[in-house]
Structures are given as C-alpha cells and as structure tokens.
Design a protein around this ligand. Structure first.
Ligand code: AHR
Length: 312
C-alpha cells in the first residue's frame, strides 16, 4: 500500500513511521490489561503511532472502530475480536481499502483471506492441557467438575471447552456437572461460583473447578473460601492465562494449575506487519504462541516475582 511506496521512495533514509489502529475488546481480565500495556510498549519501541480503541466488550463498537481506522487510512489494523462471528462485512471493507488486518489472541469464523495473519495460541490445546492435568491429578477417583466459561461466542470460550472435554473423554470418573459463563471477569466468576456452590448443597461433592481464565478462578476461590471450603484442596482449581495473581493463589495453596498465554501478541504481529508493509512478505496465516503448564511444583512465588512487573 501507500507505506510500501513511500518507504521505497525514501530508500536509504530512516524507516517511515507506521500508523496502526488497535481495536481492543476491553479490560475484562488481568491478561487483557497486560496485552494492552504491552501493545502500547511495543508500538512505542518501534516508533509506531498506535491508535487505540477500547470496545467495552461490544462488537458493534469494534466494527465502528475498524470503520473509523479505514476512513483515517491507517497502514494496518490489529483486531482482538470479542466474538467469533459477524466480521465478514467490515473485514471485506478493510480488504477493499488494502488495509491489512492482524487478529490478536482470538479467532473469527470469516474466510482467512479476509485477514493477513492471526497471532494466538492453540485454544483447543490449552483446554486439553488443563484437562490432562486434572486427569493426572485425580487418578481413578470420582470427580465432579464445575466449569466457568469465557465470554459466550468468543473463540477461547468455545475452544477451551472443547479441549477440556477432549481430555476428560474416556475417563468416566470425571464429569462436568455444571457449566456457565463468567464472562472472563473476576466478579462474574465469583458470582457464578457462589451459585454453583449453592446449587450443589454447599459444594462438598464438587471436586474441581475448571475456569477458562485465571481472573474467574480468582473470583471463584474467594467464593469457595466464603463457603467454608479450602480451594486447592477440597476443590481443585485449574485455569488458563498464568497472570501474577494466580501464582499468588498457587503459592498460598489455593489454586493448583494454570496454562500460560503470552500477553505479548503485538510483538509477532508488528514483526509480520513490518515485513509485509516493507516488501509484501506474506506471513504464515497463523502465528502460534506457546501454551505452558504451571503447577504448584513450579515455585509459584518465584514465578509471581518474575511476572509482577511485566505489564499485568
Ligand atoms: O482471548 C484471550 C482471553 O481473553 C484470555 O484468556 C482472557 O483472560 C481474556 O479476557
């Protein structure tokens, strides 16, 4: 596009600065806040002008932000899509305007020629890692699981559920007895866990909680304690993200395992965009980040100390 041409005509001079629009979902979790912080930091370090729009969890706000970025003629767009469906029209408009779109951390159901690349983890695999941990932890014992799902219709909520179910299938001693959305937030996680505990007569027969993110787990841990049970022992807690707060809970013995999702999706996204905008280098369609399991054996206090100043 325009930047590539401009860059070519100034060959030899300093890099032309890029203007990139970022449509962020909101700030529902510690992980999301870190992704926002790190995206700003990465942009600043690279001399990119970042136009930031917080959608407050609403897809219509994201669509408006994308249209405004297109109207302003930005060089590229980063999109963290709140839900998976409903993106075709606006992505077609970006394509028409020759503005590359990079998806961050969540996927869309649209055809993959409507975006340049997607940076994210294998979300099904994350759920499988969490489920396999539980399978190993309970052995042959009967285990009733309650599940806190992420935002309804979001790719992580759909895929993390599938992955976990894959992992426990064939293990008849483990079953999900209740499953509801907690919207990826601490407040909702606590509230829904309270209702699970109430519905299960106080929670004595709940063996484990699987939360689609750490924030919901942290909220639920509070609910479990208030119900007079010991999280991490009476009710095992496994979740996803690996934010500092869950390591504090693990260090206190109140959470058992988490699967790491890097909040620095912007680094690989800017690398891919830089190459594309300079000389048209096509990135792979999916740039996959790692999913590492942490348990109480991994010195959670030390991990907390390492992570606490990293933008969360
Ligand atoms: O899309 C990634 C998920 O969104 C994170 O796991 C969660 O914390 C966030 O809100």
């Amino acid at each position: 596009g325009a930047t590539a041409l401009a860059a070519a005509s100034f060959a030899g001079s300093a890099a032309i600065s890029q203007t990139i629009g970022f449509s962020q979902i909101g700030s529902e979790s510690g992980w999301r806040a870190a992704e926002t912080t790190l995206t700003h930091q990465e942009a600043e370090a690279r001399g990119i002008e970042l136009k930031f729009a917080d959608a407050q969890q609403k897809q219509e706000n994201q669509i408006k932000a994308l249209r405004s970025f297109i109207a302003q003629g930005v060089d590229a767009i980063l999109l963290a899509p709140v839900v998976a469906t409903g993106w075709d029209s606006v992505l077609e408009e970006a394509k028409e305007a020759e503005i590359p779109v990079v998806l961050l951390d969540r996927m869309v159901d649209s055809s993959d020629d409507l975006y340049l690349t997607a940076v994210g983890s294998d979300l099904v695999h994350e759920g499988e890692v969490a489920g396999e941990w539980l399978v190993g932890a309970v052995g042959d014992e009967q285990c009733n699981v309650v599940e806190l799902q992420g935002t309804t219709g979001s790719s992580p909520a759909i895929d993390r559920k599938t992955g976990f179910e894959n992992a426990i299938s064939g293990h008849d001693n483990i079953s999900i007895i209740r499953s509801q959305t907690g919207d990826f937030t601490r407040t909702k996680g606590k509230e829904v866990m309270e209702s699970f505990l109430k519905a299960e007569g106080g929670g004595e027969n709940i063996c484990a909680l699987y939360a689609h993110n750490d924030d919901m787990a942290v909220g639920a841990i509070q609910a479990i304690k208030e119900a007079g049970l010991q999280p991490g022992e009476d009710i095992l807690v496994v979740s996803i993200d690996a934010v500092p707060d869950i390591f504090q809970a693990m260090a206190a013995g109140e959470a058992n395992a988490t699967v790491e999702l890097t909040p620095n999706m912007a680094g690989p996204a800017f690398d891919a965009l830089d190459a594309y905008l300079k000389d048209g280098t096509m990135p792979e369609k999916f740039i996959q980040t790692e999913s590492k399991l942490y348990t109480q054996d991994d010195d959670p206090q030390a991990v907390y100390e390492q992570k606490k100043d990293l933008g969360y």
